[in-house]
Design a protein around this ligand. Structure first.
Ligand code: GCU
Length: 666
């Protein structure tokens, strides 16, 4: 049985005997043309594991290999692409040669080579060149020191702080391998709602132990920091960023960290957001706060990743506008080791968001992409949602920043404005569950983040195909079935939860299930009514010039796409327009009928998912099959809940009947 622990690095025996023998011949020897190095150790270990598992052989390692013998050559040499992480894989006579400028490049090349074998590709005439398009490819863990995970649905934190630094759980190594295999090179260990405790000397010793484990895999460690740390753990009276003692405290803290962890990545900061402390508590700005930390980190080449997830609790305002309004005026004012981390959309990881207007707006200060892998608003770990199509939708949106042809992908790759630092982040969906992500299919979202950070123009389809091949050692027909299920899963979820561009109508606080009726919460912009604005006249948030005007934050060409109610893509309709219930849409249906039909079709699609999944019974391992089968039952139950709750609630305002085909109960 497979319990999912090995993720996409299963290394199961290659079933086709001819292929297996051919591979085995070509992997019989490994020629090492480089100096001893901790990364070389893990590369050789990985090749050994892969060969033993897939081919049943243990390659012979030597410093030279005769041209007459088959083997894999690992070589550090100057390759055409000068990036430190680049690699080439070539077939030269009888040798499969993996070359790179650094051992880090060699590590990625080795995984790419192994993945070819896993996918049963031919390796007889290889000519592959690759390098990442984004520099920082990171996971952000929202893990707390008591072991809980904010918005985590796959168990507890995998970091056992009470056992560290003495005990290294083998899972830390499995985590490092998995990340390295998809090119991830950074990890933020703790929650953005940060406990100051993480940067006490006690905890830094533990963090150092983890950094030591991850170093050979070229995964740098970063920490989320609490802006008020000088007060909370430093005994100072203030955390004012312009106070000399505060500045000295952070400098000393940075020195302490780098003494222990010379390659520490940097700080991630959530400041003046959702009640977290920040420079504005002292009448200062984001720039004052970020630059103060950046100054402390600069001598060590450390980064400050400052989040733009900010908004004010104004009942009549538009949360959509907040990040742009707060950050755009500071473009160019941040030190060069600061990067602004922006969520994909303007609100908060909803099932579909238009892009954040900050992409394309910040010309002199680099912005980076924060996606959420953990399914906070996407059905937690019970609903099957492959997220890459959602990421792709945002990445491929044209910002028109300097004219046509400047997609979000271009912006975050640094192409549009020549950013000196580039980054893509996924808020992790991992936990202590044996299979890491709770829903077995959610492993694909972690995988997709790595692949998109390597190249944001990779397609969700390519990535799904690759993941399925690596994860399920099964026939082509079954693989196709699973890929199709994946590719449709997100739109199905949208349909039965938030059709037509509805957003933020989920349960208050826990963010699970439907609660479009929520009108009171600790903040007005945490209610559902604030967003859907349903009343007798219609539904949706008018963000055009007759409403909040926030569409103006986009370039005119992008604005045009959404501004006209008659041409706005239906997927975004209620994001930008308040429309009458009986307005006729391009689909030929009224707004009400279209909404209802999407809720109902969404539920039917889950039934179809069940039928499709049934086809792979006996084709994927029993444990995964049953796990997914059971979760689909829960998903169907909850899709019905979403549909019925939403339709009944909105019907109070529309006062219109449910169309005939949907009147029979399912
Ligand atoms: C969401 C989420 C919070 C999280 C916040 C953030 O609002 O619900 O739990 O802290 O995002 O990204 O900072």
């Amino acid at each position: 049985a497979d319990d999912g622990y090995r993720l996409w690095l299963k290394y199961d025996k290659v079933k086709n005997e001819t292929k297996r023998k051919a591979y085995a011949a070509r992997l019989a020897n490994i020629e090492v043309k480089l100096e001893q190095d901790p990364t070389l150790v893990v590369i050789l270990e990985e090749l050994k594991m892969a060969s033993q598992g897939m081919l049943g052989i243990t390659p012979k390692v030597s410093k030279t290999l005769a041209a007459t013998l088959y083997g894999v050559t690992l070589e550090i040499s100057t390759i055409a692409d000068k990036k430190p992480e680049a690699y080439e894989i070539k077939t030269i006579n009888k040798h499969s040669v993996i070359q790179a400028n650094t051992t880090q490049g060699l590590l990625y090349g080795t995984f790419a080579f192994i993945q070819l074998l896993q996918q049963e590709e031919s390796i007889t005439s290889l000519d592959i060149k690759s390098s990442p398009k984004i520099q920082l490819r990171m996971l952000n863990h929202w893990d707390n020191n008591n072991g809980t995970i904010e918005r985590g649905y796959a168990g507890m934190s995998m970091w056992k702080w009470y056992e560290l630094p003495e005990r290294i759980d083998p899972r830390y190594i499995a985590y490092a391998r998995s990340n390295a295999s998809i090119g991830i090179n950074g990890t933020v260990l703790n929650n953005v709602n940060a406990s100051a405790r993480f940067i006490t000397s006690e905890y830094l010793g533990k963090v150092k132990a983890l950094a030591d484990v991850y170093r050979p895999y070229h995964i740098k460690v970063y920490m989320s920091v609490n802006f008020a740390s000088p007060k909370i753990i430093g005994g100072l009276k203030t955390a004012d960023p312009l106070d000399p003692e505060v500045r000295a405290w952070w400098k000393q803290k940075a020195d302490e960290i780098y003494e222990l962890i010379p390659d520490f990545g940097g700080f991630l900061v959530k400041a003046n957001s959702e009640g977290e402390p920040g420079p504005m508590d002292y009448g200062r700005t984001h720039v004052d706060g970020a630059n103060m930390l950046a100054e402390a980190m600069a001598p060590h080449h450390g980064l400050v990743i400052w989040r733009a997830f900010v908004y004010n609790a104004d009942p009549n305002g538009d949360r959509f506008a907040a990040a742009y309004n707060e950050f755009k005026p500071f473009d160019g004012k941040f030190m060069s080791n600061v990067i602004i981390q922006v969520k994909n959309g303007p609100i908060d990881f909803q099932v579909r968001e238009p892009i954040s207007p900050l992409f394309g707006a910040m010309q002199k200060t680099p912005v980076s992409m924060e996606f959420q892998l953990t399914q906070e608003y996407l059905g937690w770990a019970t609903h099957w949602v492959y997220e890459a199509p959602m990421f792709e939708e945002n990445l491929q949106t044209d910002t028109y920043a300097t004219g046509k042809g400047n997609t979000v992908a271009d912006v975050i790759m640094g192409k549009t404005f020549n950013y000196p630092i580039t980054s893509m982040v996924g808020v992790a969906n991992t936990g202590s569950d044996r299979n890491w992500t709770g829903h077995p299919m959610a492993q694909a979202n972690w995988f997709a983040l790595g692949k998109l950070a390597w190249n944001p123009n990779n397609t969700s389809k390519q990535i799904a195909e690759e993941w399925v091949k690596l994860t399920f050692n099964t026939d082509a027909e079954s693989q196709k079935t699973i890929v199709n299920l994946m590719l449709n899963s997100r739109e199905i979820y949208v349909n039965y939860t938030n059709p037509l561009g509805l957003h933020h109508v989920m349960g208050e606080s826990h963010h699970f299930g439907p609660e479009p009726w929520v009108s009171k919460a600790p903040r007005p912009d945490w209610t559902a009514l604030y967003y859907h604005k349903a009343d007798a006249s219609g539904i949706g948030f008018d963000r055009t010039n007759t409403g909040s005007k926030t569409l103006q934050q986009y370039q005119p060409e992008l604005r045009k796409l959404y501004e006209n109610v008659d041409t706005c893509p239906l997927e975004y309709l209620l994001w930008f327009h308040h429309v009458a219930w009986d307005k006729k849409l391009s689909s030929g249906r009224t707004v009400w009928d279209e909404m209802v039909s999407r809720y109902y079709e969404g539920v039917k699609s889950v039934e179809k998912m069940q039928a499709e999944w049934a086809k792979v019974k006996g084709k994927v391992d029993e444990e995964t099959f049953e796990n997914v089968e059971a979760r689909l039952k829960t998903q169907l139950k909850e899709a019905l809940w979403w549909r019925d709750a939403s339709v009944l609630y909105f019907q109070k305002f529309s006062q219109m009947p449910v169309a005939a085909p949907y009147q029979k109960p399912t």
